[in-house]
Design a protein around this ligand. Structure first.
Ligand code: ADP
Length: 498
């Protein structure tokens, strides 16, 4: 097995160890004995073999989570103690920040410096933020009148109770951070978890499991089943012992999750695909807007569900911004994530490389003009050049569909109402960007945009306090902020006759 971390680093030592799944506090192999290969996408080499869990393992994990939910140290723990454990996990993550960033960089391909700030530190912050909510989950009292019971008195209130056992299925673009977005509110509310990381990038979730044990999370509260989507993931989504499933991934698989969960009407939250519009007005500060528009699409190699992949540029500055974004794209330094000079790594997998190349081919066939990029780079690993496509419009696959790679399409527009309509011509509604110095234009456009997040004069800004999620086929529900807490609780109305 090729170990590609810096020799002797904690990450290298972790990669050398056999990989197991976490079930009821024990590190176990898949019951069927199978494993699958995990690759370093910069080199195309196998870096780990990870248990190929399936329905049987999911059964055991769900049983452990149920026991932990109903009858364990966790269910008896005070909210304050629960908050302290969650906070400690955040601390332990930060103590291992360099190691986790290196693991993430090797497994996913992203630059290690980005992994450190955007993945590891934000993940730790999510634990710290949600720790505080453990003691702040409460219902309300209601002065009810009950017109048909004149003279009677009642005491009525609500309790906010944890949903129970939650299945959480996460993607490969921000593996540790997506785990944190899901695990933290579940823990804060007192739920227990079966986590299924993406098969492309399961390593940081395994390390997170070890760190939660170090922080004192009781056995069975967080179970981690590694395995393929169609087997382990599907088993989580369909399991009758799972009360809620939370999923982040493609809209296509999101629909399968809904179908599987409909058997027993389990609660579902979904954070799905996007094709986010990014609008540059002529009055914008172009020194900020041009690199901002480039980063909106090229950050994380375009592998962001909220990537600003449809760039709309006001007619009179069209050529200037198109040139500026293309120049920016052409200067991005591609390389292995562990190389400190690297600004953009490879795509996550050979499948994603094929998929993105398929989109580029379709653009070419349909006569869309490639301004820069448009091809694979090198013959080792899964690198694609940052790509700017001019003039794609509805009917072109590259304009209509989520590419999930470093590819942006550009179109000119004349005014606010034209661009508002164009921005919404998508099945998705995850995010949008606006670049302008005119408050009136920004405020006219913001309510027109059917998107869960609108960034103005900035892009890709995330914070544990700010809810994130989609309109339309970009999903159901919200992650982060107090809204995420509500997604993991049921409301119980209590009415006492006095
Ligand atoms: P992508 O296409 O970008 O790889 P997916 O939506 O396929 O994204 O994957 C996101 C997560 O969903 C991964 O953890 C994957 O294993 C899981 N998954 C894929 N297919 C299914 C399925 N049929 N049921 C449940 N989970 C699945």
């Amino acid at each position: 097995m090729a170990v590609t971390a810096e020799a002797e680093s904690p990450a290298a030592r972790f990669l050398e160890q056999p990989k197991r799944m976490l079930v009821d506090g024990d590190w176990v192999e898949a019951r069927n004995g199978s494993t699958f290969e995990v690759f370093d996408p910069a080199l195309g080499e196998v870096i780990a073999h990870v248990p190929g869990g399936d329905a049987e393992d999911v059964d055991l994990a769900v049983a452990a989570a149920r026991r932990a939910f109903e009858d364990s140290e966790w269910s008896r723990m005070t909210a304050s103690d629960r908050g302290r454990v969650i906070w400690r996990i955040g601390d332990v993550i930060l103590e291992h920040a360099d190691e986790l960033a290196e693991i993430e960089s090797i497994d996913n391909g992203k630059p290690v410096g980005i992994a450190r700030v955007a993945d590891v530190e934000l993940a730790a912050d999510m634990f710290h933020y949600m720790a505080g909510f453990a003691t702040k989950i409460y219902g309300q009292t209601f002065p009810i009148s009950v017109l048909y019971a004149p003279g009677a008195q009642f005491h009525a209130y609500t309790l906010k109770e944890p949903i129970g056992v939650v299945g959480q299925i996460i993607p490969w673009n921000f593996p540790l951070l997506m785990a944190a977005w899901k695990v933290c509110p579940a823990l804060a509310t007192g739920c227990t978890i079966v986590l299924k990381p993406a098969e492309q990038t399961p390593l940081s979730a395994i390390r997170l499991g070890e760190l939660t044990q170090e922080a004192g999370l009781p056995d069975g509260v967080l179970n981690i089943v590694t395995g393929l989507g169609e087997t382990a993931g599907a088993a989580v989504a369909a399991h009758p012992g799972v009360d809620k499933v939370a999923f982040t991934g493609s809209t296509e698989v999101g629909k399968l999750i809904v179908q599987a969960a409909s058997n027993d009407l389990k609660r579902v939250t979904l954070e799905l695909g996007g094709k986010s519009p990014n609008v540059v007005f002529a009055d914008a500060d172009l020194e900020t807007a041009i690199p901002g528009a480039a980063n909106a699409i090229f950050f994380n190699h375009g592998q962001c569900c909220c990537a600003g992949s449809r760039l709309y540029i006001e007619q009179k500055i069209y050529d200037e911004v198109l040139q500026g974004v293309s120049d920016h794209a052409g200067k991005i330094k591609l390389g292995r994530g562990l190389d400190p000079d690297t600004e953009m790594g490879p795509l996550v997998s050979a499948e994603q490389l094929d998929r993105v190349k398929g989109f580029l081919d379709s653009g070419e066939r349909e006569g869309v003009r490639t301004v820069t990029g448009g091809k694979q780079v090198g013959d080792r690993g899964y690198f694609v050049a940052p790509t700017v496509l001019d003039g794609a419009s509805p009917g072109n696959k590259v304009y209509d569909e989520e590419i999930f790679g470093p590819v942006v399409t550009t179109l000119p527009f004349k005014d606010v109402s034209e661009v508002g309509a164009a921005a919404n011509e998508t099945i998705y509604g995850l995010a949008a960007g606006i670049w302008t110095n005119d408050l009136t234009k920004a405020h006219r456009l913001i309510p027109q945009l059917r998107a869960g997040t609108v960034w103005v004069n900035t892009y890709n800004i995330f914070d544990a306090a700010l809810p994130f999620g989609g309109y339309k086929q970009s999903g159901w529900g919200r992650e982060m902020g107090e809204e995420a807490i509500h997604e993991y609780t049921e409301t119980k109305s209590v009415c006492i006759g006095l």
